[in-house]
Design a binder for this molecule. Sequence first.
Ligand code: SAM
Length: 247
Amino acid sequence: ATFGFRDVAAEEKPRLVRGVFDSVASRYDLMNDLMSAGVHRLWKDAVAARLNPQPGEVILDVAGGTGDMARRFSKMARAAQLRRGGDDAQVYVIDYNAEMIAAGRAKGGEPEMAWSVGDAQRLPVPDKFADAYVISFGIRNVTDVQAALVEARRVLKPGGRFLCLEFSRPPTELLRKAYDAYSFKVIPAIGEVVTKDRASYQYLVESIRRFPDQKTFAGMMTKAGFTRVTYTNFTGGVAALHQGWAI
Ligand code: SAM
């Protein structure tokens, strides 16, 4: 695409074995399905519906992995374009892991999609570039979350929207207990069976616990300069969608 985006397909593919990408990505997809009992697909659909992508919009799927969200956005924008006309949407998948990007390309994209390696804390994108910035199950992994929020605001046009889907905190004691039992016991056990890697999934569960709860994260968005910050809990607060507007 543009602004010196590194073309991962051209640069990296000859040096890396296709099979490695495929196994990383498909194992990752399988874990997502197992861990959330397939529910992450519904959460993602709900985020796409909330975004309601339009023809001509520039949309960033940051920490986009293999492009799960971007594919949804592209198809929705195109469906709207077929009904009403307008320009093609541009949907950029940006992830700092070149293997994820390569795996996403191997899976196949949509005509509106472009792929790039880039860090959420320093996006390879000019100021006021995008109509929407979406980050799905990515911000928890970013080293400096506040810096990523400030960066998100930098790349959004005035009036642009920020949407973040992330594991969050069930708001009641009862739900929290059930969820703790599931996540501390079941998820590492599934991880062990599927990937032979219990430790990574133990880490994943702990990183979810460490991540700020809904209100704290909303406060961080406000601090980064977003307005009209709101959130919606999914599945009893196991995940939450935060939304805010750049001005
Ligand atoms: N958004 C996809 C989804 O919802 O299926 C992928 C989510 S995956 C759990 C998390 C992704 O975040 C990984 O692909 C990882 O490489 C990426 N990531 C982590 N830290 C990042 C950062 N600082 N900048 C960009 N991507 C990052």
